[in-house]
Design a protein around this ligand. Sequence first.
Ligand SMILES: Cc1cc2nc3c(=O)[nH]c(=O)nc-3n(C[C@H](O)[C@H](O)[C@H](O)COP(=O)(O)OP(=O)(O)OC[C@H]3O[C@@H](n4cnc5c(N)ncnc54)[C@H](O)[C@@H]3O)c2cc1C
Length: 611
Amino acid sequence: MTTSEPEIKVAGKADTPSADESAARSAPLGPPRGGAFLLDPVVQPIFTREKFSDEQQEIERMVLEFAADRINKVKDDLATPNEELSMELMREVGELGLTSIDIPEEYGGMELDKATSALVVEALTTGGSASWCVTFSCHVGIGTLPIAYFGTEEQKKKYLPKLGTAEYLGAYALTEPDSGSDAGNQKTTARLDDDEKFFLLNGTKTFITNGGWADVYIVFANLEGAGVSAFIVERDTEGLSVGAEEHKLGIKGSSTVTINLDNARVPKENLLGKPGGGMPIALNALNIGRFKLGAADLGGCKLVIGNATQYALERMQFGQPIAYFEAIRKKLAHMVVETYKLDAVIYRTVGLMDARISALGDKKSEPREIMKALEEYAIEASISKVFGSETMAYHADEGVQIYGGYGYSEEYPMAGAYRDTRIDRIFEGTNEINRMVIYGYYLRKALMEELPLRDAVRSWEKPQLSDDETLGWGLEALDAGRRLTIKCLFEAISLYGQDLRNTQIVGEDLADLAIQYFAASAAINRLLQQGDEALTDRTHRALRRLVVASYTEQVWRIVYRLRPTLFASSTAARALPSIDRELARLQLPFDPVQEIHILTDDLYDHGSYRF
Ligand SMILES: Cc1cc2nc3c(=O)[nH]c(=O)nc-3n(C[C@H](O)[C@H](O)[C@H](O)COP(=O)(O)OP(=O)(O)OC[C@H]3O[C@@H](n4cnc5c(N)ncnc54)[C@H](O)[C@@H]3O)c2cc1C
């Protein structure tokens, strides 16, 4: 993390990278602090899919093949709960090692990096069964990782080899009828029975993914005298019963049930972690689930672009394919731009996590150290979840629109995508809760002086202004947005202090500024790292310009919303002239219409998303 004045990078003319940028591209990955992307210079060496190792590329090819040859062919059979087929596929991916990527080798796992675990989820999604992907993701994420990271030696030996091959299916039971977002308010109770050999669990868990088919549940309950604790509960536990399948809006082929615990007898040795240590387990598991959900959305976005492009090229109206109407071009170009950004967000995030884990050296196999390393990037994980689910929602919505009436028909792929993706904004922490995580962590890190926002605001010089229409312009716009975001955060923290947590209307806008900056800067760095082609080729230039155009549009919109809220206060209003100065740097020195044509012509030539 840079604690001194952030550097302003304005490249020279003709899209030529400066020496600094070239150095930044080749610099080794270091582990900056979580959230520090706002304080560090715009140009950063980041991990992207272009840096996949040979092994990662090989795994990606294998999973894409599996998705096309196996999942896609049976996707209609997975559209309603189908335990037999779902489990058959789970065991097949288990044989390929895909269910044990995060499991340590000593328990039979592959122990691969987070980038691999993200690319596997992304690639599986291209098979076209969101339901089955939810079954898979729940199992490998929240259903397994609590044991991998918090289990005792005996628990790991007993459960991980079976979870790693999908011989056992995992589930995670936190939500209750009266405890959803407010997860700490668990009504389910646990107490030791009289002979102190078993815990007796009583309560109801709702909306439990994989619940109808699972062999092992991670159950959270309020342990007498200790508070919320986690337990490993086996399916055949006396006193555990499974309710009927929920009738859901989407992901209808996944299992979602209520779990009833009526004096459920759980052996004492199945307490996971410490008595009263349940919430960190619950929240850390969700933290990992979040970047994986973003990765699944990334695969979904690419799928929608492919389908919508093909349809738009085939569908004739007014004597021409609808693809060539500007209203359709605009939608598809925006989809490509946002998907490119999402791709950069996901792999930037997992790259940070992997860099931090690998910097642990000898300690990198210690679960608690891994957890700490992952928690460091809670802001980035929440950004992946919010940006991923909302980008996917946009794709599904505009996908339906491009298909017109056929988009509303279950005979075509968009209706299913539209229904399936709606859950992504709700589970793994609703997007409201995840936005609270983003601005809550910034508040905490600023107050603890982990991120020196105050120093950044006080010490930086006036920015160099540039009307350079090439790369310099794009970086300058991002730099302006970055400064503006820091200023807004700083003003809000100065004005509200700890109460910012409850000032949600402002807080959500602050989170959005951080999300948009993280996404746009990830995409621009990804482009920069690709060297000359990305700097000179027409399509890449259009992509780059549209990334910045979409960023500037968002920032204008968010700051407009903050004027009557945050900046209505006379204290914060004093910052408005400097905010306006930064906004003035967010102008478009080109015609976006032309760039939209260039990007969509390229899309139509390729027939699908290609970056
Ligand atoms: C298909 C499906 C699968 C699921 N799988 C699982 C699973 O495997 N395991 C599991 O434990 N749970 C699971 N869930 C539950 C899911 O995680 C919860 O539904 C979710 O966390 C929201 O909780 P809730 O439904 O009680 O909504 P509530 O918490 O009641 O929220 C309702 C609304 O109020 C907002 N809200 C709540 N609190 C605040 C606040 N402090 N500030 C601002 N807004 C707030 C929310 O964002 C939301 O918009 C699943 C749910 C579904 C539908």
